[in-house]
Design a protein around this ligand. Structure first.
Ligand SMILES: [Mn+2]
Length: 353
């Protein structure tokens, strides 16, 4: 699930001034980062576990852009690409690292982490990437404090997607958008904004989207690839989620669950669970939405969404997870009843009841 995605409220501060060349004015730190990218020759790009449209699109677009400048680029991801995004990478440029596999990264001269900053978020790549001798940079749009692991850490929570930041980098590097790059970035931007519906969908997002379309991204085809290619099993699983919706606190708290037995019976891989919570967000009166699914016996991954003022990040953080005000997640151990109980207490606090 895209729990780590900002679906933050619209910023009240004015947007950065628009420059005709760059589309948007890049920050000095992105300038320094781009200069470092330009100087480097052999780069390793990585991103977070449970890859989403933004991590995949941003990784591919940056790699292709850097290759246009004659650089050698490897993309290493800790988890495999969900089926719906495979079309973006027909030649298998993204290498998925196997557990315990030996990785020779000695020849690289720069590591780039995209769409995350916490080393724990790169899963099984953590050791290989962070212990490698090359300097590391980070390009991310999540709220985070500066981290010593990075020579340069560009965290821009105002950006709707990492794809927006990669666009700025490519502009600074004067890499022109070609259809494949534009499509990959369009996927990052469109999926992180819930196809231009979430509150992070700013005017700037539409300006960037317009550039991607202009450069050859086909919005209809991309939409169809991402949102209209579910397996029958995945849709049936959504049926189970819908059937099990519980409504509590006068309809303010809506939740559903998928237990181990159900998950094993349907044979839908966890990577395809993305979006299962979305229908809960569409119910009138809902303030906090939660979907819990049992990823291991008595270990539940809980995804939260909020509508209105409730901060679900605060709930997730108290339970050892994190995320954003409107989308967050955590893991909770115990029986379904125990998890429900914990959640109910937290929701009661958050709703002030
Ligand atoms: Mn993102």
């Amino acid at each position: 699930m895209n729990d780590q995605h900002p679906k933050v409220g619209r910023s009240s501060s004015p947007e950065a001034p628009v420059s005709p060349h760059l589309g948007t004015m890049a920050s000095p730190s992105l300038g320094a980062l781009s200069a470092l990218l330009r100087k480097s020759q052999r780069l390793v790009i990585t991103s977070h576990i449970q890859p989403d449209g933004d991590s995949i699109g941003s990784s591919l677009a940056l790699a292709w852009g850097l290759e246009k400048l004659g650089k050698q680029v490897r993309i290493l991801h800790p988890d495999s690409c969900p089926e719906k995004y495979r079309f973006l990478d027909p030649h298998g440029r993204i290498e998925v690292v196997r557990e315990g596999a030996a990785l020779d990264l000695a020849g690289a001269d720069l590591g780039v982490l995209l769409d995350a900053s916490d080393p724990a978020r790169v899963g099984k790549l953590k050791e290989a990437f962070f212990k490698a001798p090359f300097p590391k940079v980070c390009i991310d749009h999540h709220v985070s404090s500066p981290r010593s692991e990075f020579l340069l850490h560009h965290a821009c929570p105002k950006a709707a997607a990492t794809a927006s930041l990669v666009l700025q980098v490519l502009d600074l590097l004067q890499v022109s958008l070609e259809p494949a790059i534009a499509s990959a970035l369009f996927v990052g931007l469109s999926t992180d904004t819930g196809w231009f519906r979430y509150s992070n969908t700013s005017a700037r997002v539409f300006r960037e989207a317009a550039r991607f379309i202009q450069a050859g991204a086909d919005a209809e085809a991309l939409f169809s690839q991402i949102y209209e290619t579910f397996s029958l099993a995945r849709i049936r699983l959504e049926g189970v989620v819908l059937e099990r919706i519980h409504s509590e606190f006068g309809g303010s708290f809506l939740w559903s669950y998928l237990d181990r037995r159900t998950i094993e019976a349907v044979r839908v891989p966890l990577v395809e669970f993305d979006g299962l919570i979305d229908p809960l967000r569409t119910i009138r009166g809902g303030k906090i939405m939660a979907l819990f699914y049992e990823i291991q016996p008595e270990v539940w991954k809980v995804s939260f969404r909020s509508r209105g003022e409730v901060d679900v990040e605060a709930i997730a953080t108290r339970l050892g997870g994190g995320g954003h005000v409107k989308a967050a997640g955590c893991n909770v151990k115990g029986t379904l009843e125990a998890v429900e109980k914990v959640l109910r207490q937290e929701v009661a606090k958050a709703l002030g009841t």
